[in-house]
Design a protein around this ligand. Structure first.
Ligand code: NDP
Length: 323
């Protein structure tokens, strides 16, 4: 990882900017906010945009990207765009369809990266969360190696430059890495990671395999009740974090992001508020000391916001293993 060039080289040779702009927002947020915020983010300097079929705002994010290309702010090749294949498309014959839907909404020919969003499959169909008549979410089991092969084919077809995974544990990463006939290694594993869940072991494992570790919810997560139970602890108020932020004349959010960069993680930051979009980009001009890093490591309590309840009990559920 090179913090000066602000990019990391992926194991397939492509470059990924180390700070990404997150685009998930709860359903209550008007979709037009994604359009406005993505335009602001590109103006501010973000060149990595993290999106997904699930977020249901790729039309607006794509409109913003194309508007910024048309007005000359960026060229397509300056941007790194990630999308994700949702759980209802994990059967191998459906993977490409999900990516093609994202591309159509975006109005682009090719994304930079496509990820398996979550390793637990849901029953195929138009519903994001398919349910039976009693409201139970309909989960199914897929062979993730076959899903991976379908993703490799998307790369061969030129629909994406790189392929990766999200929310995979070590065992699942090893399963892909050891798959007979593996054509492409996952370039990254995008997982929840922040001061209360620093994922040191998974980070070390990813580094040892040349898989980029991408941290989401690094600012404490959106805590949308659709996905996260209420009453979760929030670390941005932690005195240790606030003292370090004061010492560097920074905000707690900036320190929480810088912490990830200095550990060698790529970090995502979501904000749809202009002031914070700008603030979160100002993380390249200060350095946390080894003592600061150690104190921040000490805040870890292996607390996970996203438990992905619907997957509990499925053989592909990722969070039963230690990491
Ligand atoms: P973050 O942890 O990045 O941000 C959480 C909230 O913090 C935002 O809603 C934002 O509100 C607020 N915020 C932003 N900047 C600051 C700041 N400097 N100080 C204080 N508060 C701040 O949110 P996410 O959980 O959305 O994660 C980031 C991105 O990661 C997502 O948008 C998505 O792209 C990706 N992601 C991927 C997942 C996966 O399964 N692969 C799961 C979850 C997220 P406001 O908008 O009002 O500023």
């Amino acid at each position: 990882m090179d913090l000066k060039s602000r990019c990391v080289k992926l194991n397939d040779g492509h470059l990924m900017p180390v700070l990404g702009f997150g685009t998930y927002a709860p359903e209550s947020v008007p979709k037009s906010k994604a359009y406005e915020s993505t335009k602001i983010a590109i103006d501010v300097g973000y060149r990595h945009i993290d999106a997904a079929y699930l977020y249901q705002n790729e039309v607006e994010v794509g409109d913003a990207i194309r508007a910024k290309i048309v007005d000359g702010t960026v060229k397509r090749e300056d941007l790194f765009y990630t999308t994700k294949v949702w759980c209802t498309f994990l059967r191998p014959d459906l993977v490409r369809q999900c990516l093609e839907r994202s591309l159509r909404k975006l109005g682009l020919d090719c994304v930079d990266l496509v990820l398996i969003h979550i390793p637990v499959a849901l029953k195929p169909g138009e519903e994001i969360l398919p349910m039976d008549s009693s409201g139970k979410i309909l989960v199914e089991t897929v062979d993730l190696c076959q899903t991976w092969e379908a993703l490799e084919k998307c790369k061969d077809a030129g629909l994406t430059r790189s392929v990766g995974v999200s929310n995979f544990n070590r065992r699942q990463l090893e399963m892909i890495l050891n798959k007979p006939g593996l054509k492409y290694k996952p370039v990254c594993n995008q997982v929840e990671c922040h001061l209360y869940l620093n994922q040191q072991k998974l980070l070390n494992f990813c580094k040892s395999k040349d898989i980029v570790f991408v941290a989401y919810s690094a600012l404490g997560s959106h805590r949308d009740p659709k996905w996260i139970k209420g009453g979760c602890p929030q670390f941005l108020e932690e005195p240790v974090l606030n003292d370090i932020a004061k010492k560097h004349n920074r905000t707690p959010g900036q320190v929480a992001l810088r912490y990830q960069l200095q550990r060698g993680a790529v970090v995502l930051a979501k904000s749809f508020t202009e002031k914070r979009i700008k603030e979160n980009f100002q993380v390249f001009d200060f350095t946390l000391t080894p003592e600061d890093m150690k104190a921040l490591d000490g805040l870890n309590k292996d607390f996970r916001y996203f438990k992905i309840d619907f997957g509990i009990g499925n053989p592909n559920y990722p969070f039963d293993d230690e990491y």
